[in-house]
Structure formats: C-alpha cells, structure tokens
Design a protein around this ligand. Structure first.
Ligand SMILES: [Zn+2]
Length: 545
C-alpha cells in the first residue's frame, strides 16, 4: 500500500477542561482544523463531480470519480475529526450506558443532520424535534468530512485492531486477569508458566515475567494474544472447591475474546467465519461479568473509601455507648456489613461502558461491507510516520521544517517510480534517448538489495570439524562465536535442547550440530508470505543431509 504525506496538521497545546477561556480556545482550534481540511479536500470536490481521466492497467483511459472512502485513525483522532465527545461512537448513535453491551441496532450517525443542531436549544431544555435528541455526544467543532460530496462520513470509521484490541481490550483484560489471579492465589503460578513458555515459529518468547513488564506495546500485546489462553489454562488447572465455576467462566471469557481476535485477523471471510466472530463476541459479552469486580476505576475507589470513612465515624460514636464486653462482637458484625456495602457500591458503580468495548460490535458489519480488517490497520500509518516524518525532519535544516518535510518523501517516491518505469522500458529494449540512458547508468538500481552483514559460508569443506576450525576459516573470533551461540540457544531453543554454556565443551562440538534446516511454510491465508520453521539436528553428532 502506498502512503503519501499530504499535509501536517497544526497541533496546539493541550488545554484543561474547565475554564471559559479554554472553551473559546477550543472553538478556535476546531475551526482551524476545519479550514485546514477544507484546503486539503478542495481538489477532491471537483473530481467527485466531473471525474478525471485515469490510465488503467489494461492501457485504456477511463473517466473515474475518485471519492474518499476511509479514514484510518485511532479512536481519539476519530473523535476530533468527527466533532464528537470522547466516549461517542463515530459510526452509530449508541448511548453511553449501552457501550458495554453488544447492542447493535442503533441509528447510523447522520452528520449532515447534526449541522442544524444548535447547542443553545438543548442547553435551554428546548428539545424541539427528533433532530436534537441524539446530539448528547457532540463535541466542540464539526465533522470535518461533512462538506464532501458523494460520501457518507459515518462510513469513514474503520475498525482498528491495534488500538481497539491489542492496546485496548487486551490491556484491560490483563488488568482484570491479574486481579482475578491475585484473588484466587494463582498469580505466582501464572508468572512461572509465563516465564517458561517455549519458543515456537512466529512467537516471541517473553524475556521478563508478566509482572515485570511495565509498558506493553502493540507487538507484545499481539504476541500475548497467542499465548494468554494456554498460560491461563495452566494457571487455573487445579480449582479448589468453589473456584471451579469462576475458573471455568474466566477461561471461557478469555477464550471468546482470543478467538474473536484470531478470526478478525483473517484476510478473507465467508458468511460462516463472520457468524463465528459474532458468536465469539456474544459469548465474550455473556461471560465478561466474571471480571467486573476487578474493574474498579479510581473514581469508584475514591467513593468506596469515602463511604468506608463515613461508616467508621458513625460506628465509633455508637461503640462509645456500648459495654466493652460487647464491643468485639459488634466490631465483627460491622466488618461484615462494611464489606457488603463495599461490594454493593462496586457493583453499582462499575461497568464495562467504555468505547473500545462497543467498537467491537462494528467489526462484523464492516467485514461484510468493506472486506477484511487488517487492510485498514493503523500500523501502516504508524510505520509511515517514521519514514515520512521523522526521516524528513532529520533531513531538513530544522528551519520552517514542515515545508521541507511534506514534499521531501513525495519527491523521492516520484523519482523512484520514474526510475522503475525507465528501467523496465530499458529492459524491454525501448528506444530511450542517449541522455536518459546515461543517467540510468549513473544512478544506482531502485530495486532494494538486502544488506549482507555476515559472511555466508557456502559448500562443504573437509578441513572444518569443530567450532575452533570454523573460527579459523571464517575469521570470526572464538569469543564472539561462543557469545552468539549461547545467546541463540537461550532465546530460541527449548529448555531440554539448549547448547552447553561451558566454552570447553562448546569448542569441541562438531559443526554439523550447529547447522539448521530452514523450512519455509506458507503463512495462514497468505499467498506469498512465509514463516521460517527451523529444524536442527539435536541427537546424532554427525547428521547427514
Ligand atoms: Zn457504534
């Protein structure tokens, strides 16, 4: 997928929520954003109506009407672009209290209708008609896409696995699982299993115990999705007494979310796979209550603390009037009552009504309408950020840098495409002018070559039998070879098959033991992506190939 940088958006400093002056500043901010986008979208408006001739791959020229069809962004960016409050769904009019359910039948947002919305009408309590009823979630500013013709702004939202599942729900889920394991005294078992995970193709072995990781990144969360169910199943394998049902429900809940995540990664779908996804999501919502009491947010905790303080103050007054012999019994009763009140408060205040929980409900509809989900991943944009913005910034002279960053990558990209075309024409023997050929000879090839950092030994040599011989032939010092071998063995080989770490044993190992067979296996649902499975001789000292 080609990603071209068109513009850099102005980002003003963050503001606090309260003051009136900030409100004014926010409005200016929203209007500025609106103006910048209007400038960017102007060329699209003309072609959406009158069309533009485009050269097609079959060498025909067709009149095409390019329109904007998707906007790949994380939730908070969507909220700003659509002019919504932060817990509002950009696609449908779901109310806040339904975010944690699997409710799907809410009206699609009609941003054109919102343009007639006047906040002062609602503030005055004059809900004049249906147009104003569902406008609770509108923020400052307008939907920046609403003036585009032939498009539906509510369709621009695309499900985003990176922020919704990996950095959103998996993160939430792990917090709750930690609370659950702590309550049932299984946290240490979980950590031990986590640390002992064996290597496997396509899976990164965690280097730290689960609790030692302070910040999780998208890639690590994706990795976690691959192993969490197995680790949890081992940690919860021996329930005692009343633990059996909660353990079963916790596993069913995690399994449903992991299955949903796995199927959401499919590159192609059938009605059956979509039905599976819907089933998993329903199952997840049915089972998630098992983790409810572990989702105590700070605000609820503060309320619980306040309630406890008040109860204790009242009790102290009562206890003063009671005989010392009865105080102990009363204290025990009070403690039970206090716990009950605490749980009531937590159940009343805690819920799953947060936006990422709701966004999952749009995944299945999206697949039916627009195709697979990984196609719209925000990871593409995050990667492009590095090559197009950070590199552009480094190459600039830091003086009015935005003007240098924006065209820099586009220019390089255009030159690369031009060179590729000329190279292809040259290869086919096209009649190119002498100065073009001269330039082509002078430029380096546009086809990127892998950087070779190591010497590759090819063929068989009779005079190499152990690691010392290998070091002599390759010119790599023994220390470096030992270090690399031990590091490789620790990170990639299963516990029972690791290499000895004693240098005296390592130096006498036959080199055949250290060669690997790399077997490319086609990745799931891919036509041209392979995963390398490594097979290695572990038993006989002289394997034959
Ligand atoms: Zn929605």
């Amino acid at each position: 997928m080609a990603v071209l940088l068109l513009a850099l958006l102005p980002i003003p400093p963050k503001l606090s929520k309260s003051s009136k002056a900030d409100q004014c500043q926010r409005k200016i901010k929203a209007d500025t954003l609106q103006d910048v986008f209007e400038l960017i979208f102007t060329p699209l408006q003309g072609v959406a109506h009158s069309g533009v001739p485009i050269d097609c791959a079959d060498r025909k020229v067709r009149l095409c009407f390019p329109i904007l069809s998707a906007w790949i962004a994380d939730h908070m960016e969507n909220v700003v672009l659509h002019g919504l409050k932060c817990n509002a769904c950009p696609k449908c009019e779901v109310p806040t209290y339904e975010l944690g359910t699997n409710a799907k039948n809410y009206r699609t947002r009609d941003y054109a209708r919102y343009q007639s919305y006047k906040p002062e009408i609602q503030n005055a309590g004059l809900e004049s008609d249906d147009d104003h009823v569902m406008c609770d979630n509108l923020g400052i500013g307008q939907n920046i896409f609403h003036r585009l013709d032939r498009v539906s702004a509510s369709d621009f939202y695309k499900p985003d696995m990176l922020h919704t599942i990996y950095l959103g729900l998996f993160n939430h889920m792990m917090d709750k699982i930690e609370g659950f394991l702590k309550k049932h005294g299984q946290l240490q078992v979980f950590d031990d299993v986590w640390k002992a995970l064996p290597p496997s193709p396509g899976f990164l072995v965690p280097k730290k115990a689960y609790r030692e990781v302070t910040q999780w990144q998208g890639k690590e969360m994706r990795n976690l999705g691959r192993c969490i169910l197995g680790v949890l199943a081992v940690a919860l394998r021996q329930p005692v007494g009343a633990q059996a049902i909660p353990f079963k429900r916790a596993l069913a809940c995690v399994r449903a979310l992991v299955d949903f995540n796995m199927m959401a990664q499919y590159r192609s779908h059938t009605p059956d796979t979509i039905a599976y996804m819907e089933d998993y999501l329903d199952q997840f919502h049915r089972m998630k209550d098992i983790f409810l009491k572990f989702r105590v947010i700070k605000r609820t905790q503060a309320k619980v603390d306040k309630q406890r303080k008040e109860i204790r103050r009242q009790r102290a007054l009562i206890r003063e009037r009671v005989a010392p012999s009865q105080r102990r019994r009363i204290r025990d009763d009070d403690r039970d009552e206090e716990n009950e009140l605490r749980m009531d408060m937590i159940h009343g205040e805690t819920h799953f009504n947060f936006i990422k929980m709701h966004l999952l409900s749009h995944f299945c509809d999206h697949i039916g309408q627009f195709g697979n989900i990984p196609m719209y991943s925000t990871e593409i944009g995050e990667l492009a950020h590095k090559t197009q913005i950070k590199d552009g910034w480094r190459q600039s002279n830091k003086n009015d840098a935005a003007r240098q960053i924006v065209p820099s990558y586009g220019r390089q990209h255009a030159i690369r495409m031009r060179l590729l075309n000329l190279e292809s024409l040259q290869a086919r023997g096209a009649d190119l002018s002498a100065d073009v050929l001269q330039h082509l000879d002078r430029t380096t090839s546009t086809v990127s070559q892998p950087v070779i950092r190591r010497r590759i030994q090819k063929g068989r040599r009779e005079d190499v039998s152990n690691v010392v011989d290998f070091s002599r032939i390759s010119g790599v010092s023994l220390e470096i070879i030992y270090c690399e071998l031990i590091q490789y063995s620790r990170h990639n080989l299963p516990a029972g098959h690791r290499l000895p770490e004693d240098h005296a044993i390592l130096r006498s190992l036959p080199v055949e033991l250290l060669t690997q067979l790399e077997i490319p296996v086609l990745a799931f649902q891919e036509a041209d992506v392979y995963e390398i499975h490594r097979a290695q001789s572990t038993g006989a000292p002289h394997p034959k190939n």
